[in-house]
Design a protein around this ligand. Sequence first.
Ligand code: SAM
Length: 212
Amino acid sequence: MSKVEQFFDSYAGDFDAIYGTERSLMNSVLNPILRKSMRTRFDRTLLYTRPMTGKTALDLGCGPGHYATALASDGAERVVGIDFSQEMIRIARDRASSLGHSDRCDFVVEDILEYTPSERFDFSIAMGVMDYIDGPDQMIRKTLSLTREKAFFSFPTSRGLLALQRRIRYLSRCPLYLYSRSQLNALLGEFTPHEYEIEDIGRDFLVTVSIR
Ligand SMILES: C[S@@+](CC[C@H](N)C(=O)[O-])C[C@H]1O[C@@H](n2cnc3c(N)ncnc32)[C@H](O)[C@@H]1O
């Protein structure tokens, strides 16, 4: 088991709680900037994939399934969520079941880089995942090869105090990869003719790649 997998398996419940509205200890101590960026990327991804009716989506590093189930609520025909943490997938399946979306949400326990589906998806989403991927070009290439319309990624910024604090916090957790805008331009430039847009949303860059 990799350090990333180990970390997220033990952190799954607390990560899920970040999305909650209840005043848990986790919610009150979490950095408000982190939560703001998570909310912004969630809201914008849902906005950019609408209308979702009849479409399909792949949620890479789906965690507890908030994106997958929200896309199903928006009318997705089918959503596949993939994550190598068993515990994250257990929570995601429970969420889909309690929302009545189990028939349209499939969750797979696997490493993204080893996942080889036979289908392509209208949209692909990799939110909060590039932070932990060693070899982002391989991950982007794979994601784009599985996507028909648009792929959405978040990349954590390397600038500022929050990034420094994160670097320190993750020393004892697992490897963490942060990006500057110029690094992102160099990375995404490798994937022409696909077009990309980078939005600065605070703690993260939100990247949309349109398949050409
Ligand atoms: C910060 S969480 C984000 C979850 C979800 N995308 C969200 O934004 O709510 C990152 C997730 O990516 C998963 N992950 C990281 N690297 C992965 C890999 N190589 N294969 C599968 N899952 C991975 C972790 O297990 C974790 O659940």
